[in-house]
Structures are given as structure tokens and as C-alpha cells.
Ligand binder design. Structure first.
Ligand SMILES: *Cc1c(COP(=O)(O)O)cnc(C)c1O
Length: 225
């Protein structure tokens, strides 16, 4: 029987190799990619295993699951779930980076409750659909200005989730165009958070600097979230 350690180690090797070949094809550098292991729904014991395998960026979608894990394992903790106003104070207590901001009122509220600096990705919607989250491209500059006017928040860049209806290449090509325009106005926004287990190679070829990979490393989740 393979141990959980061996399972995670071999999955991680495979993901790291795939990242290496994607950066090589894109004439980019491996060091330019931050691999965030999405540990949502998985136990803290898995996070300890990841730490021993030199993965120190962890992604979570739910405040109540994430807070105890972040308290137990040092590292860079990313929140990428849907934002609820009443959870912002708690999220701000453990998260170092938030990927899913798409409303000015949440940015202002987060700045008020933050007790340390927090890196912020603005989530952009690639298809305008409600539900998956994300601001319309036209609203990004107002959101970015609100981050720049804050006291505790650092503007890192844009984040997106590829819509299901189009190919990941089409989605991330569109994202790259939006991001190119955004970065021209906000040159400090040097990061692009895009790509999950099934599309991170495409995201890397379109400029992603932060990839959020869960199931390819940790296995399938018991409940979709
Ligand atoms: C769950 C989740 C991921 C990871 O998804 P996998 O397909 O398991 O890699 C990445 N980003 C967001 C926003 C998620 O909710």
C-alpha cells in the first residue's frame, strides 16, 4: 500500500514536471511560477506533508476550514473562495493573499479589518456569468484604485477561473489581453492568478504567475466546492 506521503510526493512530482515543460514551451522561467497547493477539504496532515515536500503556498475556499490549518502550518495562505462580508475579519486574520475580490465594498471592509498587509488579486469574469464571481473588465480600474487607496492592501494583479463553455486556451488568451491592458495602467500589478488542475499548462502559456492546483496533487475531493 502506498502511503499518503508517497501518493502526494508522486503527484507533486508530476505537477512540477508539467509546470517545467509548460514554462519551457513558453520560454519562461520555472522560478516565475508560484504553485499554490489548494488544500480545501483536505486535512492538516496533508498540509504538513506538502510542507515537507517544500510546498509553502496553500489555497483555501472556506474561512472556517482554513483558519485552524493556517494556525497549524506556517506558510503563505491564500483565500480564493467567495467572499462574505461577515467572514472578512476572520479571513484577514490568517490570509496573506486574497484572490477573489470583485467588489469595492469588500475591498474597503477588508482594509478596515486587516491587521497585517494582504496581497490582493482582483477577480475578473471572462464571460460575464453570475455565480462564478468576478468583476466585469470595465470595473477593474475602479477596484484597483480602491486597493491603491487602501492602507493595508497590496495590488498583486488579476485572477480568473476559465468558464466551462470555451476552451481554456480561448479563455486565457482573453485573460491575457485584459491583463495586458490592466498592467499598462497598474504596472505594480505584476501577478496573474490563473490555472487549476485541468488547465494550468494553458494558463502558464498565457502568462499565469500563480497557479492554483488541488486535485492533481491531493486527489479528488469528497464534495465539489
Ligand atoms: C478548488 C479551486 C481550485 C483548485 O481546483 P482543482 O481543479 O482541484 O485544481 C483552484 N481555484 C479555485 C478558485 C478553486 O475554487
Amino acid at each position: 500500500m502506498t502511503s499518503r506521503y508517497d501518493e502526494i510526493a508522486s503527484n507533486l512530482d508530476r505537477v512540477r514536471e508539467a509546470v517545467k515543460s509548460a514554462v519551457t514551451s513558453a520560454a519562461r522561467k520555472y522560478e516565475d511560477i508560484t504553485l499554490i497547493a489548494v488544500t480545501k477539504t483536505f486535512p492538516v496532515s496533508d498540509v504538513h506533508i506538502l510542507a515537507s515536500l517544500d510546498v509553502h503556498h496553500y489555497g483555501e475556499n472556506r474561512d472556517s476550514d482554513a483558519a485552524p490549518k493556517a494556525a497549524a502550518v506556517p506558510g503563505t495562505w491564500h483565500f480564493q473562495g467567495q467572499i462574505q462580508s461577515n467572514k472578512l475579519k476572520s479571513i484577514a486574520s490568517w490570509a496573506h493573499v486574497i484572490h477573489s475580490l470583485d467588489e469595492a465594498r469588500h475591498i474597503q471592509a477588508l482594509d478596515k479589518v486587516a491587521i497585517h498587509r494582504i496581497g490582493v488579486f482582483l477577480q475578473v469574469s471572462l464571460d460575464g456569468a453570475e455565480g462564478r464571481g468576478g468583476a466585469a473588465p470595465a470595473d477593474l480600474s475602479a477596484l484597483a484604485d480602491s486597493v491603491l487607496g487602501s492602507t493595508h492592501l497590496d495590488l498583486m494583479g488579476l485572477m480568473a477561473v476559465a468558464p466551462l463553455e470555451v476552451s481554456s486556451d480561448q479563455a486565457f488568451e482573453k485573460l491575457a489581453t485584459i491583463y495586458g491592458g490592466f498592467k499598462a495602467s497598474y504596472p505594480m500589478a505584476t501577478s496573474l492568478s490563473a490555472g487549476m488542475s485541468n488547465d494550468f499548462e494553458s494558463a502558464i502559456s498565457h502568462g499565469a504567475t500563480h497557479i492554483r492546483v488541488g486535485s492533481s496533487i491531493l486527489g479528488s475531493r469528497p464534495t465539489p466546492q
